[in-house]
Write a protein that binds this ligand. Structure first.
Ligand SMILES: [Zn+2]
Length: 246
C-alpha cells in the first residue's frame, strides 16, 4: 500500500474510534437506565425508594414518584448437569406469559469477580429483567448462581421486583456426574474437581434449599425425561404467575 493510502486509512480509523467514544461522555460507568435518571430532576440514583402501593419508584433527590411495573422475577436454577439449559431451550417460545432468558448469555470475563460474590453479574441481570418487565411480561431467568437467594436478595436492583421466586432442579449425584461427563469435551466438564464442585452444589440445593429465605422449591429430575421435566417447570412458572394475579 502506498504511503498516502496508508495515511488515509489511519486517519479514517482514528476518526472512527473517536466517533465510537462519543456516546459515552464521562458517566463513571453509570448505567443510564430508565429508572436511574430521574425524569423530574435528572439526577442519577439507582437506590430509589419503592412504594409498592403505586407501584412507584421515588427519587431520593426530589421526591418525584415514577410509576413502573413491579413484577415478580422467576429463577430456575440448579447445579451444572441438573437440566436448566435443556429446559430453557425446550420451553423457548412456548410460554407467552413470560420472557425466558439464560443467565450465561451476558457472561463476560469482567463479571468473574469471586471476591465480591459476582455482584456485578447479578445486578446486571436484575437490571435487565427490570427493564424487560416494563414491557409487561415478567422474566424467567435460568442460571446457577442466581438460584442462591443470598446472591440476589441483597442486590440494589432487587427492590424493583414484587418478589423473587426460586426453583432448583436437582438429581442424584451419580446422574449429575454422568450428565457432566457426557458433555462435549470442549466444555471441560469431565474434570473430577468440576464434577465434585457441582455435586456439592446439587447437595446444597437439596439440603439447604427449602430452608433459605425465601425458600427454594425443588424439582428432582432423577428418572424424569427431559420432556416431563420441561412440562413440570412450565407448570411451576404458570402457577407462580397465577399466584401473582390472585
Ligand atoms: Zn428526582
Amino acid at each position: 500500500m502506498p504511503l498516502s493510502a496508508q495515511r488515509v486509512v489511519k486517519t479514517e480509523i482514528s476518526a472512527l474510534s473517536a466517533l465510537v467514544r462519543v456516546p459515552f461522555p464521562n458517566q463513571e460507568h453509570r448505567e443510564a437506565s430508565m429508572f436511574h435518571v430521574c425524569q423530574n430532576c435528572g439526577m442519577w440514583r439507582r437506590d430509589k425508594t419503592i412504594d409498592p402501593a403505586g407501584p412507584v419508584a421515588i427519587c431520593p433527590e426530589c421526591g418525584h414518584r415514577h410509576p413502573f411495573k413491579m413484577l415478580p422475577l422467576l429463577i430456575v436454577s440448579g447445579a451444572g448437569g441438573a437440566g436448566k439449559s435443556s429446559v430453557c431451550q425446550a420451553l423457548a417460545g412456548k410460554i407467552d406469559e413470560a420472557v425466558l432468558l439464560e443467565g450465561d448469555i451476558i457472561w463476560r470475563p469482567e463479571f468473574n469477580q469471586p471476591d465480591d460474590g459476582f455482584r456485578g453479574f447479578f445486578e446486571a441481570w436484575l437490571r435487565i429483567a427490570m427493564n424487560v418487565g416494563q414491557s409487561g411480561r415478567p422474566v424467567v431467568l435460568f442460571g446457577a448462581g442466581m438460584g442462591v437467594p443470598a446472591n440476589m436478595e441483597p442486590c440494589i436492583h432487587r427492590r424493583y421486583f414484587s418478589r423473587l421466586s426460586y426453583l432448583a432442579l436437582v438429581c442424584d449425584d451419580d446422574l449429575l456426574a454422568e450428565r457432566l461427563r457426557a458433555r462435549p469435551e470442549w466444555r471441560g466438564c469431565a474434570d473430577p474437581a468440576f464434577i465434585a464442585a457441582h455435586q456439592q452444589f446439587n447437595r446444597w440445593f437439596r439440603e439447604e434449599g427449602p430452608t433459605t429465605a425465601p425458600g427454594i422449591d425443588l424439582l428432582d429430575t432423577t428418572g424424569v425425561s427431559p420432556e416431563d421435566t420441561a412440562r413440570q417447570v412450565a407448570a411451576w412458572i404458570r402457577s407462580q404467575l397465577s399466584t401473582d394475579k390472585a
